[in-house]
Design a protein around this ligand. Sequence first.
Ligand code: HEM
Length: 400
Amino acid sequence: MTTTSTSRAPLADWVEPAAMQADPYPTYRRLLDSTPVAWVPALGRYLVTSAAACRAVEEDQETFSANVSGGAATLARALGAPPMLRKDDPEHADERRAVNPVLRPKTLRAQWEPVFARNARIHLEVLRELGPDEADLNRDYAGPVAAQNLIDLLGLKGAGVADMQRWSHAFIAGTGNLHDDPEIWRRCDAARSEVDALLDELIPHYRVHPDNTIISALVQGGLPLSDVAANVKLTISGGMNEPQHVVTGAVWALSRHPDQRDRVLADPALWPAVFEETVRWLSPIGMYPRETTRPVMLQGVPLPAGAPIGVVVAAANRDGAAFDRPDVFDIARPRQPHLAFGSGVHLCAGHWAARISIGEIAVPLLYAHLPGLRPDPRRAEAWHGWVFRGLTTLPVTWES
Ligand code: HEM
């Protein structure tokens, strides 16, 4: 690893985005072995990979702002206005405070656990009907369960699973559309219009009929309508794919570690450990952006003001300084904090919802009803991405 004369940060000019799309973990390992922070010309940003450096970024939002210049503008263009994710406190805190009560464990358990269980059971039946020669765990279970859970939790009455999937994919593509691809904007704008039309009906409803949904909480929080709408769209884009990827990731990981699968099947109290280890080992969000507001030294690496940063939590979750045998999937590892949900003020608002709906309900239900559940070796699986990463296809089979 050499050093550039302009930035003086270690230079990682060998990083290839195409290789990261296919499998980012070899790149993460090489970065982690050489420096906590590197300038990556191919990505036009500094990648922060060590767990200590990622945490240092999250602990200092005055220096490492979430209001990143290019990306924030693209996100605001995609969602209609900037959501909480691209604001710093105190503006961020006002919006975050509004949704927190819905997403606390107590409310989730009382109100949402039965809904998550119903949604999982409905789609388990779909999977069973397709049978062990046809079923795709991503397409037929993980995707629809995650979409329906989010529809219910948001309170998006009138939306269906296919709508949610179309909107979520369109917003995610728009959020990353830094090169202004017109077709991506066309789909994103169409999704925004559809969601806005639905919100025009729902917002007056939730004003007079408050309940424990996210839209109701945002409306009752007194936020301007543009902020309500932007945060609904943020949640549509951020609350579906990741839980979906944990369902397939957990089944994939357990199938490769049959001893650990047998242990959790014998002791269901281990399901939460399966969830935590899956999101550490196969982090669904690989990287998210920040920008420096002043020159700063980060873990010994100097960064200029206005530096575009990528906080690579998927790499930090494989940092040997934070985790013993970091590349090994081990549900028995001592409980220690990981970074799959980020940290600091932007710590994922939906982390308890994901833990309960996926870790405690959707994944255990599969094993309770599909004996011998495993990836089907006769049909190919597929992975995609590094900024967002997960299985896009996971054919499964079981003993019928
Ligand atoms: C396993 C599933 C999930 C993972 C791995 C995940 C990961 C993350 C991460 C890493 C962030 C921080 C991003 C940043 O700081 O730039 C985040 C933020 C957020 N997530 Fe999640 N998420 C998951 C599920 C959910 C769900 C189910 C919801 C909604 C119900 C949700 C809603 C949000 C929101 C609203 C934020 C913004 C928080 C803020 O800015 O204060 N997430 N998530």
